[in-house]
Design a protein around this ligand. Structure first.
Ligand code: NI
Ligand code: MN
Length: 228
């Protein structure tokens, strides 16, 4: 069984019973996070891009857990320069097999540079994650793009994790259109209500995607959804 736990903002924990993955572990400094970085025990840390609300506590968590950071090449290089022993720096359109299954990087329309220390953080990405026969798409921070149709054609997505907060990413309307393009089994909204500019009502999103026959699941931080 694969369980998906929302840890606030764009952070999710995926557990297939054997391996644990965390995506975008922004926990300290996240007003909605229910978990401390020191509570996290994972084998892999996936990063969609280098912004502070995604890179977050990744380096600390990866070092303590001896976890592998998976991200774009530039960000992986930055993390290994910070003392993370195991990194996998892939790039958009590329993928690889991992003990939990496999993973592929998709495009995301956004930025990835943050401050002078990280400098150029490469291109932002989304992830197609295959584990235990399930397919999860984490869109990262992105605007709406028509290639989501292709992403939905290439893989039968069980759960799509989509930003709905607007301002930096898709808003509720664009995220609903993304669901129309992707045709996932279920969609879970993320990247909203953490900060004032990204206030959004996830119920509006859930109602909109009913038109496409897709069930929206609103997860409160700390709550899980089981993919079966
Ligand atoms: Ni961002
Ligand atoms: Mn963000």
């Amino acid at each position: 069984m694969v369980s998906l736990t929302f840890l606030g903002h764009a952070c999710f924990l995926i557990d297939n019973g054997k391996h644990r993955l965390i995506i975008d572990p922004f926990l300290s400094g996240n007003p909605l996070a229910k978990v401390k970085p020191s509570d996290v025990q994972v084998d892999f840390v996936l990063l969609t891009h280098g912004h502070g609300d995604h890179l977050g506590d990744a380096i600390e968590v990866a070092k303590r857990c001896q976890a592998t950071i998976i991200s774009n090449f530039e960000l992986a290089t930055f993390c290994s320069g910070k003392g993370v022993e195991k990194t996998a720096g892939l790039h958009i359109g590329g993928g690889a097999d991992f003990p939990f299954g496999s993973l592929k990087l998709t495009i995301a329309h956004h930025g990835s540079t943050q401050g002078s220390e990280l400098g150029y953080g490469g291109n932002p990405v989304g992830f197609i994650i295959r584990t235990d026969g399930k397919i999860i798409y984490h869109a990262g921070d992105t605007g709406l793009f028509l290639d989501m149709k292709l992403i939905g054609e290439l893989d039968k997505i069980d759960v799509a994790l989509l930003p709905i907060g607007g301002y930096f990413t898709m808003d509720v309307n664009d995220a609903a259109r993304a669901v129309e393009f992707l045709r996932p089994q279920k969609a879970i909204p993320m990247h909203y209500n953490t900060f004032d500019p990204i206030k959004a009502d996830p119920k509006v999103f859930v109602n909109k995607i009913k038109h496409f026959g897709v069930e929206g699941i609103i997860l409160q931080p700390g709550h899980s959804y089981n993919l079966g």
